[in-house]
Write a protein that binds this ligand. Structure first.
Ligand code: DX5
Ligand code: ZN
Length: 218
């Protein structure tokens, strides 16, 4: 079994002090840093692009886990790789040629992930499993932090866990993760938990550490 990893989503951080906030969650025990890239097209919100990723890269040595909610994604993969992303995750719904996108990410020397919206069946990744390092299952409709966990996805986690067999692929959950919902997805097979509002609530480094401990203990 893989150890449980916590990846705070900086979407819930104070953007005016982003570098400082990343350092704070790093020191508070984050395993990875989750960066939500939104384009106002694939999802109804806009966040940041490669220049911001590059600007904050120096603030933590932890894995930069980049969740691209952008369509198209292929033209920007190289820029995100150069900006310092370690894992690049694209949405299956945002690329016509998923196999090609995943090959492109690995060709850039990065770990490749695919994300599925809550309504997307796991069958879309059946033939790309050997190109994957990570499967990101959305437990909210992507676009905003602080939304409610969508429970039917727990069954999808179980199915994906069965599907990957003994392959070395992370199952990551994103959206509405709290000490209440975390045990449901971990029990179903998830090993990486993204949490935005549940980690950053309180607004100080002491809160961040306590919030992550609460999720781990749950
Ligand atoms: C949603 C993002 C998530 C989001 C999670 O589109 O991909 O990473 O920030 O936020 P919480 O944990 O608040 O649901
Ligand atoms: Zn995300």
């Amino acid at each position: 079994m893989k150890p449980l990893l916590i990846a705070p989503s900086i979407l819930s951080a104070d953007f005016s002090r982003l570098g400082e906030e990343i350092r704070a969650v790093d020191e508070a025990g984050a395993d990875w840093i989750h960066l939500d890239v939104m384009d106002g097209h694939f999802v109804p919100n806009i966040t940041f692009g490669p220049p911001i990723v590059a600007a904050v890269r120096g603030h933590s040595k932890k894995v930069f886990d980049c969740h691209l909610m952008i369509e198209p994604c292929d033209p920007y993969l190289e820029a995100f790789a150069k900006a310092g992303c370690d894992i690049i995750t694209v949405h299956a719904e945002a690329t016509t040629h998923l196999d090609r996108s995943l090959q492109a990410i690995r060709a850039l020397g990065k770990k490749a992930g695919v994300s599925l919206n809550p309504s997307t069946p796991e069958s879309v990744i059946e033939y790309v499993l050997d190109r994957l390092d990570l499967i990101l299952l959305m437990t909210v409709n992507p676009g905003f932090g602080g939304q409610k966990f969508i429970h039917p996805v727990v069954e999808k986690v179980r199915r994906v866990k069965r599907m990957i067999g003994d392959r070395d692929i992370h199952i990551e959950i994103d959206g509405g993760v709290t000490p209440e919902t975390a045990p449901l997805v971990v029990e179903a097979g998830a090993d990486v938990l993204v949490a935005g509002s549940a980690v950053f609530k309180g607004g100080t480094p002491d809160h961040y550490a306590a919030n992550m401990t609460a999720i781990r203990r749950s």
